[in-house]
Design a protein around this ligand. Sequence first.
Ligand code: ADP
Length: 941
Amino acid sequence: MSSAPIAANQLDVILRNVADGITAQRPDGSLAYANDAAARLLGLQSGEELIGLPGAGLVQRFLILREDGAPMQPDELPNRRALSSKQPEEGVVGYRLLPDGDERWSFVRSTPILSDTGEAELVINVIHDVTADRVARERARLVDETGAVFAASIDTDATFDALAALLVPRFADYCIVDMIDEGPLRQVVITHRDPERERLLRELRRRYPPNENAAHPVSQVLETGRPYLVEDAREAELVRAAVDEEHLDLYRQLEATSYIVVPLAARGRLLGTISLGTGESRRQFTPADLSLAHELARRAALAIDNALLFEAAQQSYAQLNTLLVSAPVGIGFWDRDLRFVRVNDALAAINGLAPEEHVGRELGEIIGELAPVLVPLYRRVLATGEPVVHTESTSDAALQMGERRHWLSSYYPVHTADGEVIGIGAVIMEITDRKRADDRLRLLAEAGELFSSSLEQDEIASRIAQVGVPRLADTCNVYVVREGVLARVACVAADPAVQPVLESLPSAFALRGETGQVANVFERGEPLLLRTVSSDYLDELERLGAARKAFERIGTQSLMLVPIVARAETLGILTLGSRVADRFDEHDLDLAQELASRAGVAMENARLVGELRRRAQAAQALEFVGDGVFLVGRDGVILLWNPAAARITGRSESEIVGFRAENVLGDWPLGQGERPQTFPVEGPEGELWLSLTAAEFPHGTVYAFRDLTEERAVEQLKSDFVSTVSHELRTPLAAIYGAAMTLQRADVQLNDAQEAGMLEVIAGESERLARIVNDILLASRLDSGAATVEISSTDATDLARGVLAAAEAHLPHNIELALVAPEPAPQVAADPDGLRQVLVNLVENAIKYSPEGGRVELELARSNGRVRFAVRDGGLGIPASEHERIFEKFFRLDPNLSRGVGGTGLGLYISREIVRRMGGRIRVDSEPGRGSTFSFELPLA
Ligand code: ADP
């Protein structure tokens, strides 16, 4: 300052251009001076602008922070302190600019300018911007602190909790960590500096989970794997990410300012995301913040990944250990000197020692007998470094009686990480049971096949013997119960020399009342295992009739006797003998029993098939009987419906069998006891009359029925005849009787005319009587075939004219008769009497059934070498349904349809029969109310 003083305007230029902010403040807080740099620090453009602001306005623009980030009291500001201390004061001051939250940090040095009286007139503040420094330091600290958190991390969730605690509110106002575990996104952390907003955040996440919204920043980061920064998270960005109005509304309530989502990725794998946001602080994240967050996320992911790996390694080690200890296969490790390093429980059990007793001992010490086989094998694995897999070994040594054990083993070299072979591992599995089961299965499968291919009991018995010898035993006998004795049906010896001896033994044992071991097998169905054949047993055999000598020659030392059982019934006994003592154990006995039981089933099947065949024959008979037969089970379901039943009723087996009787035979009188029932049912051609009998049997009821329709029709016919004839005869007889009585009376004087009238009645009615009787006789002669016709050349016209002339004699006044005949008169080949009778019948009917009168026409016409006769009337007519039946004997239309006109119902029957005998066929063409035409054709003569 030795040079000349600077002019005020020069000073202003200098101060305006220095990088540090400089202000001069009066004791009341108002600014006397501020350069542009100071204004910029507070978010303004120029010093003038800053000076112009009222004091209160200034304070409203920012929040003053202490170095530790907490709000600073105005008195703590260096300028205030300088005012009161009257000495230079300095300190770090933070300004969080409102409303956007931008933070700036300054190092402020305040120097008071004292008046002559020692009062502070002004304070000069020199404000040096340390924001960049501070941010760098803050970040370094954050990174350091998170580092400590991650280093201690073994639990993912706790690590993220700690991380979030470090970041909120220092770095962000809220923090969410999402992890992709196995399933969907899992929200590990969700925290907000404001508990109210935290609730809002949770609500937002619950209702609109990111994984259901592809536009959500978290989804985007998970998809791209790249960090995501939204510097201004207001409006546009919210609208982009919101799913609907409500979502948007919730977002707005959150009042987020800025937003970052960074991926949690380790070893190329995305583990999740960290989302950080600002709100209250109004801070806006910058790209530098994004890279810091990204870095933190990277470290976090690494730490988590390590923790996971560690956990997995620990777990798999624990699992391996558990597996090793409890594996159902033997596992062992040996060092290069073939000393046991470790064995698991299963291997220890195989060796018959505790696991720890193995450690440090040599292979040979533990498995002496197997060492000669195994030691070279172990050495080979060590030398070649090649595994030996699946070698089978069988041990007879250390075996309990008859127990041969089998193992399946694999041996492999144990390497260090650099490939050095440091020992041997082995997996040893005992397969004794499996081998035994395999053998059993094979034997049984074979037996099953053999047995089931025969349906003869003896054949099955001899097959059992073949299966048993020699694989299971040296000798085998099969005995079957036949008529109260146990008869031998098969015997086989492996040694051909023994076969005759075996056969020389008694071939039957009477077992009734016997006691002893053999009897027990049979009576109780209990198997017997003789590990060694005792003399007791030989005594028993002797008692049963077997020569002891012979048995000794066969040389059986051990023996199994098993019952052949089927459906809880003992069918016989199977014996299996060995010339070796202790040859059989419980397993063999089981197998023998299994074999016997299969044989039992096969024998029982053979018996059943025999039975079935017999039954099938019985069933076949049912196929052929003429009577309908059906079975109804106890449950009401029809089990059988024979062909006759189907034929008679017209209902096939398929529509009856398997259905409940009440549903398909509902109108049948079933369940009415064993008395025969006669009843009508609907048959294939009209009504059927059936006679049904029932018989109970253990499984239901068998019904038989026969068709009585025809018998019934005959009965009907007989009764129809009696009633018709008696009625038809009574009328003329009464008339004749009356007339004759009148004539006889002496007291009544009749004149000639009256007398002639009476005589006419007698003659007429007698004739009618004669006709009825004639008709009846003729009908019965036609029936029996006694009536014949004699064909001759007949003048049809002449004959027709005669018929009409005769009819004229008693013609009702309202009837007109007409003959239509071709010229010249045709000659037909006919029986003249028969033809006359037919025409008389038809013409009489035509007249009779025209009660209203009208024209009756007899027409003759030639056609194709024949003459067609037709009798036509305009009378009552006949319904189509009766066109066939009117030709039946005694059939008459319902009196309502024929207006009560009398008759025997024989006329059309006789006519049809006569025409048929002359080689023609009579037919009717008629409709009720439209008259009828009866016609037939006869050949020209
Ligand atoms: P019947 O002695 O009752 O006349 P038929 O055998 O001649 O006996 O005739 C049988 C039935 O056929 C008659 O009872 C009657 O109902 C009916 N029939 C026969 N001819 C005629 C006809 N021309 N018009 C209407 N019904 C007839």
